[in-house]
Design a protein around this ligand. Sequence first.
Ligand SMILES: [Zn+2]
Ligand SMILES: [Zn+2]
Length: 176
Amino acid sequence: MDADPLSEESQVLYCANHPGRETLLRCNKCNKPICLACAVQTPVGYRCKECVREHQKVYFNAAPRDYPVAFVVGFGVAAVTAPLVGLVVGSLGLVGILVAFLVGSGAGSVLAQVIRRAVQRRRGRYLPLVTLTGILLGVLVGNLAFLRATGLFPLLTLPMLVFTVLALAAAYPQLR
Ligand SMILES: [Zn+2]
Ligand SMILES: [Zn+2]
């Protein structure tokens, strides 16, 4: 009997997307050969981009209406609260900076949780970005409206800027 000199193991594989590239890797889900450029390292091993995308479709389960909901809730809450918080921490001077450090992250977390609940904890690929844009616009528009009404612009104090940055930094990762 002639043994095939190229056994299954020693056989050279070529990437399914790049026929010219030799590789030793296979996607651990669909088993197709992939080169390093096509491999995505996941917690369960190397996978091809197609399988990763398929997996993300299950992971990202946001409904289309979640985008406007997250945007509007982020915008609305930020527009109402930002000028008021700015007025309070801004009037405290140096103490305001301390207060901003103490409660900024917590306030951002609360806002993130309010928004997560509004979209029933669904996840979307662009949902964090859309939400963050809504919050930022809310902060700006809220402060501009406050400026028109009162002549004060509470955003532009050091304590409020510290507060805003900390709140956004805490909120963003929780929106994913
Ligand atoms: Zn695959
Ligand atoms: Zn490739």
